[in-house]
Design a protein around this ligand. Structure first.
Ligand SMILES: Nc1ncnc2c1ncn2[C@@H]1O[C@H](COP(=O)(O)OP(=O)(O)OP(=O)(O)O)[C@@H](O)[C@H]1O
Ligand SMILES: [Mg+2]
Length: 248
């Protein structure tokens, strides 16, 4: 059995001024795992994901992709790394001046060097995969939040990522639109996509995650399978947090 992790993140720490934002945070991900980051607001979940994508540069820490250390100071290597470790944001971060299809096609042309035609063909396939074929020529302002988020998924998936980082992908959506984005994530998980997701969708977490990582004040406090941390006999910090959410 090949048990090498796809992504290993070791000892990520970040201080801003005299405040510790992240303290020795580590994780490893194997193919097909969906690990979920939970914890109170301000725990450091978004910052941790940003450090893994090197949108924020941590003070210390190393990242290994398929066993090889990523040289994050090398701009070319970092650009390639970001196509392999894609990121989905709460607020979509689409290009407002580009149609859905062009939002998906642009990196295929600029980063992957594909022709306009090849890029459009792949973009059409990816938009179909997230059920947006009919919206391909619309601009973000003409799309619902759920549709915008699905364009963001199509854009990330067009790069053939090894890993997706999802930062609260449904928390900016109206409740009736959450399901369509969770359906995309569920489908990706079923097809073996490897993901780390910060979320507060607790029912979804229990149903689908391989492992829960509970963060508090910049530390990883606990990690383990949902049943171990949330099962009937569990007495975990995660369960306390879960119960406090459930009663809100
Ligand atoms: N650039 C920055 N400068 C200073 N402090 C920052 C910066 N970025 C984040 N922080 C602080 O780091 C801490 C962690 O923030 P982060 O956004 O990562 O938390 P979170 O767990 O994602 O919270 P939420 O559930 O609200 O999204 C917070 O105290 C925040 O104020
Ligand atoms: Mg956050």
């Amino acid at each position: 059995m090949n048990d090498q992790a796809i992504l290993t993140v070791q000892d990520i720490s970040l201080r801003v001024g005299d405040k510790t934002i992240l303290s020795n945070c580590s994780l490893s991900l194997h193919k097909g795992e969906l690990k979920v980051l939970i914890g109170p607001s301000g725990a450091g979940k978004s910052t941790f994901l940003q450090c893994i994508n090197v949108l924020t540069v941590p003070d210390t820490g190393s990242i290994f992709l398929e066993g090889r250390e990523v040289m994050t100071k090398n701009a070319k290597e970092l650009c390639l790394y970001r196509t392999k470790v894609g990121m989905i944001f709460q607020d979509f971060k689409l290009f407002d001046h580009l149609t859905a299809i062009d939002n998906v096609a642009i990196a295929l042309r600029k980063v992957r060097g594909k022709s306009r035609e090849e890029a459009r063909k792949r973009a059409i396939e990816e938009l179909a995969r997230v059920n947006l074929s009919d919206q391909a020529n619309l601009y973000p302002a003409q799309l619902s939040g759920g549709q915008k988020q699905r364009v963001a998924f199509a854009r990330a998936l067009a790069m053939d990522p090894l890993v997706l980082l999802l930062d609260e992908p449904t928390s900016a959506l109206d409740p009736e639109l959450v399901g369509e984005v969770l359906a995309v994530i569920r489908d990706l998980a079923a097809h073996g996509m490897t993901m780390i997701m910060a979320t507060h969708q607790m029912d979804f977490i229990r149903a689908i995650s391989s492992e829960i990582i509970f963060m508090e004040q910049g530390h990883i406090v606990e990690q383990g399978p949902p049943e171990a941390l949330l099962g009937d006999t569990a007495q975990s910090r995660t369960k306390q947090f879960y119960n406090s959410l459930a009663t809100v």
